[in-house]
Design a protein. Structure first.
Length: 87
């Protein structure tokens, strides 16, 4: 995940405020985005599952570290209005 991802949901707030290491929460209204999630399963086949989150808004997140242009997100809680399967 790039640091700009959360900034897209809160363009009026400072990116560094929301992307510093630690736990963060937000009760602010946001304009939800369509987010495609891909999960690669380990094992012999290495299958991939995909789904789409409709109108996703981040509610809480925990950032483990920030290093150059990369952040390590330990936990991300989203509010979504629907989930669609990708085939």
């Amino acid at each position: 995940m790039s640091p700009g991802l959360l900034a897209l949901w809160w363009p009026d707030r400072s990116t560094s405020e929301w992307l510093s290491p630690g736990r963060h929460e937000s009760d602010a209204a946001c304009t939800g985005l369509r987010v495609e999630v891909q999960q690669r399963l380990s094992g012999e086949r290495g299958r991939m599952r995909s789904w789409v989150l409709m109108d996703a808004c981040p509610m809480a997140w925990e950032i483990e570290s920030v290093d150059d242009d990369k952040i390590c997100v330990k936990r991300l809680v989203l509010r979504v209005t629907g989930i669609g399967a990708v085939r």
